[in-house]
Design a protein around this ligand. Sequence first.
Ligand code: ADP
Ligand code: 5GP
Length: 212
Amino acid sequence: MPHSRQPVGQLFIVSAPSGVGKSTIIGKVLPSFPRLRFSVSSTTRAPRPGEIDGKDYHFLSVEEFREGIDSGRFLEWARVHSHFYGTDRHIVDKWLKAGSDVLLDIDVQGTRMVRCAHPSAHTIFILPPSMEVLEERLRSRGTESRDQLAVRIAAAGREIPEAAWYDYVIINEDLQEAVEDLGAVLRACTCSRTARAGALKIFLSSLLDPAL
Ligand code: ADP
Ligand code: 5GP
């Protein structure tokens, strides 16, 4: 029996106000973690230039999203910046059962819902160095209208206090440092005693009872 195999994968949740740099950081970390699967969310917001359906998001109509809510498709869903966003329950459950670790990029409301279903999930909040820098990053990304910019800055003011309830907090000032910090958190969690419980049990039981 392979000693390094975990029976169930671990769940990681990353949250941050829009524009902090969450997608940029996750995109740089994922290639170093081949066992980590990224859950592509569904949303009713329009694709930004360059965003690909099925890779960045599953872009749904409001009707399709509501059908998803009614049929229990979503592990969690929330209205964020006046659009719907949600996580596919089926795919997350399938990956976790197969032993893959799963990363969700979801807002603070969704995190609360997932924590109820998966209390052992590891939660990570990414902060900007300051509100001024956050506003500047959102502005210079050039993807939001003036109205959406104001909506997202106001939402950031409500979301940031929630960082106090997360397991880990990363400050995205220097991008490389933030990428290393997220990698370090993921690595440490996958090496924790509880994460390695299956492998440990096999080794320890065979050492304590050599007949096994
Ligand atoms: P989010 O996914 O949190 O909404 P993005 O990943 O789209 O944010 O990043 C927002 C903008 O900030 C992008 O233009 C990105 O290139 C830039 N950015 C991200 N991290 C940093 C950083 N550490 N320093 C400077 N610019 C950054
Ligand atoms: P954006 O429109 O900038 O891609 O994302 C806006 C916000 O929606 C971000 O805070 C992001 O974390 C959140 N978000 C993305 N996908 C999901 C999801 O599936 N569920 C929830 N609750 N929030 C999401």
